[in-house]
Design a protein around this ligand. Sequence first.
Ligand code: ATP
Ligand code: MG
Length: 395
Amino acid sequence: MNYQAFLIKYAEIGIKGKNRILFEEALVRQIARSLKPVEGEFEVTREMGRIYVRADGSFDFEGAVDAMRHVFGISGICPVVIVEDEGFESIAQAVVRYTAEVYPESRAKTFKIFARRSNKSYPKDSMQLNADLGEAVLNGCPWMQVDVHHPDCVITVEVRKKIYIYSHVIPGPGGMPVGTNGEAELLLSGGIDSPVAGYMIAKRGVTIDAVYFHAPPYTSERAKQKVVDLARIVSAYSGPIRLHIVNFTDIQLAIYEKCPHEELTIIMRRYMMKIAESFARKDGAKALITGESVGQVASQTVDSLVCTNAVCTLPVFRPLIGFDKQEIIEISRKIGSYETSIQPFEDCCTIFVAKHPVTHPILKVIERSEKKLEGVIEPMIETAVSTAETVLVES
Ligand code: ATP
Ligand code: MG
């Protein structure tokens, strides 16, 4: 089928008044961004509460659909055929051609025409158009019958300056357009969970930047590349991500040297949160995001989360908190991060782990252990922040 445009469907619940305009404008911006690398010239417009993507000339249909399936806020993508208005006969022929091609006998047996006129002075009203176009399809596609209640397909025919024909809806990712709900800082590791956590918060319209802690030479260049790759996969949905790569080696070694080994992970995590907050401030992010899930490992018991959370002054979003690993894996497969996440490169946490980490840490005890780092750790934190490498990652 020779499609020339897409009608973009989006969920409108809860977006009334001024918010609706912001929502639609952000959606237009995100769609345009997603289509930039796709072959073809596209124009994205907002008209009377609807969003259209028009292609000027030939374009990569599959590529365009794939790009838009990454744009949060889109609930459905309808490929549209546009024909000139050369009188009713030509419209009827185009609708029959469309139906025959998109809904051959093997795909549909019943249909309904849903005609809309934006131009009220058009000689036939919607009811008449429904009846007359229905008759044309019955004649032209003999395997089809009308069913106005439960049709296999609804063929929409919009009469505007030109005629728009569509019916087929390709599901979008849902959610809200990125840029409509503030910004948050993702603690991104090379694991399965944190990319999924970033995806889920971006899906709610939140712009994302990220911090990754590595420990060269204990962690490799490949481990770092893996995190850049993961950020790129998330950025296909969230838009460009500023990724701060923080050298955490000295801090980890200091903790290792001075603090009880069973508390290493908790203390390390607390410093990660603190440093992530300083990047959040720089980036204008007002919350942190982690991939924690309650009970998944020793550092994610309720008591451990209490200790980690206690250093934070910003809200911490933990979208996976109630998810099983298997559920997280399913999302990571769906968004395309799983294969990268399971590449076997150590991130810093897996190297400095204790054999028997505390599972029920007591905040006061942890804070007492951290006292041993006083005077030493502050300049290290400053150095870690000031020497961080920042890369802009986009897909
Ligand atoms: P993930 O699969 O995201 O690595 P995980 O199950 O391995 O999660 P942990 O290693 O306990 O869990 O980490 C918990 C969370 O802390 C991660 O989801 C991530 O948000 C953050 N985190 C852990 N390690 C790092 C790191 N090296 N850099 C940045 N954030 C990290
Ligand atoms: Mg991890």
